[in-house]
Design a protein around this ligand. Structure first.
Ligand SMILES: Nc1nc2c(ncn2[C@@H]2O[C@H](COP(=O)(O)OP(=O)(O)OP(=O)(O)O)[C@@H](O)[C@H]2O)c(=O)[nH]1
Ligand SMILES: [Mg+2]
Length: 300
């Protein structure tokens, strides 16, 4: 154990699908951020507090940076770029399996310009890549900005996640434990319930309509016997989409519910009854008020 205690904020940024949320979960050792192969899965900042004997890291998951097509996309970018302003460490995540492109260069230019003391390049998904591809990718990604360091990880296989945490910790300033040790994240149970339902909807409907889907948790009520009754609404933009989410005789919405329930039970640590409904809310992605109601805005 070292005699200095370090603490600080670490932002994970990168293009959509780079593996930011998966790395956050691996660092925390618990799933709080939703993961999916759909680009722009993460819609709001989420902070995980990782405690070790010598340090406290507040790791910030951000929405993937991309070319926005609507008000929601603009909010996602605003939220992610906003995080760069006020952190000690920025980790730029680049997918080891996809060619480094203009999107990465654009993200890297923001990393370059931000005031963080330590800028780390993280090549993700090492398990899907081979050594030659990784070496080429690392060389190309290093050109994107002047990084202080680079590291290769696989969050899925838990490869070098400790290495990542160690490297970041060593570059945090000396400071106190900002958050109590029993507070591993900054989201409400309602936020996480809505997100977990959205993940299952994304995974099942990724070909059809992921970006048109929003989820709101209406209520969580705890009964005397300890179980939680949860009501949540899936928002879609058109009547036809409602039919897809409901599915033949309700088969799709039942599937989404039955996939979400075990994860919600693990999260809330009790038995869960989940009541899911679908509502049509035309063009909600263009409506700033609805985006705000769903909690997908960057806030002030
Ligand atoms: N094989 C493998 N897959 C990974 C790894 N990390 C992430 N993935 C997968 O890559 C996809 C995207 O991961 P996310 O963590 O959701 O990516 P993200 O950067 O948070 O994406 P956005 O929220 O859209 O910006 C998911 O299907 C993950 O399962 C990894 O280390 N290995
Ligand atoms: Mg994400």
């Amino acid at each position: 154990m070292s005699d200095v205690f370090r603490s600080g904020f670490v932002a994970l940024v990168g293009r959509p699908n780079a593996g930011k949320s998966t790395l956050l979960n691996a660092c925390l050792g618990q799933k709080i951020a939703i993961e999916s192969p759909v680009a722009q899965t993460t819609r709001k900042r989420l902070r995980a507090v990782v405690n070790t004997q010598d340090a406290q890291l507040i790791i910030v998951d951000t929405p993937g940076l991309h070319k926005p097509k609507d008000a929601l996309g603009k909010e996602l970018n605003r939220s992610a770029l906003g995080e760069l302003a006020d952190v000690d460490v920025v980790a730029l995540l680049v997918d080891a399996t996809k060619p480094v492109g203009r999107g990465d260069a654009w993200v890297a230019s923001h990393v370059q310009a931000c005031g963080a003391d330590y800028k780390l390049l993280v090549l993700t998904k090492a398990d899907l890549s081979n050594p030659e591809q990784m070496a080429a990718q690392l060389a190309a990604a290093k050109e994107l900005a002047s990084f202080d360091d680079a590291i290769i990880v696989s969050a899925k296989e838990n490869f070098n996640v400790d290495g990542f945490l160690g490297l970041v910790t060593a570059h945090l300033p000396e400071g106190p434990r900002w958050f109590p040790e029993d507070m591993p994240y900054d989201a409400t149970p309602e936020d996480l319930v809505a997100e977990f339902v959205r993940e299952k909807a994304f995974l099942n409907l990724k070909q059809e309509l992921p970006h048109s889907l929003g989820v709101r948790c209406e209520s969580i009520e705890y009964a005397k016997d300890g179980h939680a009754s949860i009501r949540a609404t899936i928002l879609v933009e058109r009547e036809g989409q409602k039919g897809i989410v409901v599915g033949n005789k309700g088969s799709m919405i039942r599937r989404i519910g039955s996939e979400a329930r075990p994860e919600l039970e693990r999260l809330l640590n009790c038995k869960v009854y989940l009541d899911l409904n679908v509502r049509v809310q035309p063009k909600w992605r263009r409506d700033k008020n609805e985006i705000r109601r769903l909690g997908y805005d960057a806030g002030e």
